[in-house]
Design a protein around this ligand. Sequence first.
Ligand code: FES
Ligand SMILES: [Fe+2]
Length: 365
Amino acid sequence: MIANLPDLLTVANPDAYFFPGQLYTDPALLPLEQERIFRRTWLYAGDAAQLAPGQVWVKEVAGLSLLIVRDRDHQLRAFHNVCPHRASPLCTQSGVQSLKHIICPYHAWVYGLDGKLIGAPSHDRFPDTFDTPDFPLVPVAIALWDNFIFVCLSEPPCDLTKFLGDIPTALQGYRQPTTELVIQKHYIVACNWKNYHDNTLCDYHVAIAHRQTLNKVQGPIRHYEHSFGDYVNCLYTPTTPGWRADNAVLEHLSDRNRYGFLTFGMFPNLHLLAFPNGVLAWIQIEPNGVESCRVNLEVFAIPGFSTPTEILLKDFEDFMQEDMDLTEGVQKGYASGVYQSGMANHLEDRIIHQQKLIRQHLLNA
Ligand code: FES
Ligand SMILES: [Fe+2]
């Protein structure tokens, strides 16, 4: 715990000033962030279409190992990857595997995909009070929006509808039955997770630092429109004439959405980009040590309609490389110890919005 955390989080005018540098460099903050931020909200966990009945997905979420399971009855469930007998991990291999049962490698307790304990070796040598229904796997809240999986480690979980805000209404009709996950990559970046989140929320730098990449999609700054909800904020920009000339758009979208590019910033570490040609992209930033983060990129598109995958990959990698260079540079600035707390331009209001939420969560023991 940082002794002066309340001082660091308290600025005289939180509507105008950013976090001080120490909040991006102090290793004592990470366990607190896991506990008070990541384990108290909904977190994006992936595409439900990737998990067939009978499959188990071992996934690290907020520093904890989880099993996301699709039962043979198609029901999705999530459990902690911790055996109730003596705490062994149940599945040690990450990724998706097909399993009939979940068998603990330590003493071979056998669980169904519904999390119920089915049996244990040497059953007769337990005390008489041993009863399998007393030892199910520990469940984790799981919910879907548009076939995207979210998990919440807090008990009881918070309200997913409140967490998603306007997104389900705004993006109705973007994900089509033929939409597919076409790119799934991750990048290790030498910066604090909040630094990369700030950068992805920053609408001040796009016209300057992404002139040859992202700025080719977004129209001029004077047409930017921001909106703010409880946990989600949004930048709407009209697409450029050049982009419109190269792309077919989903005709059933509203006029506004057919001509616009939407970027949602979501608490605590998530971004959803929606293009009118049916491309949806998640950018999720996970802490990986205090001065390192893992940036997960998932791009969904409609094959044969949206931009071809090779072009999409190049476009995303080009602007993300620019962002990685920027954020790694900024991280060095934070680590120098000379940076205090800078003043935000209104094009950075989405950063301020998320920093207020981060501040509230960190102060709320
Ligand atoms: S720890 Fe899992 S069966 Fe003993
Ligand atoms: Fe950027």
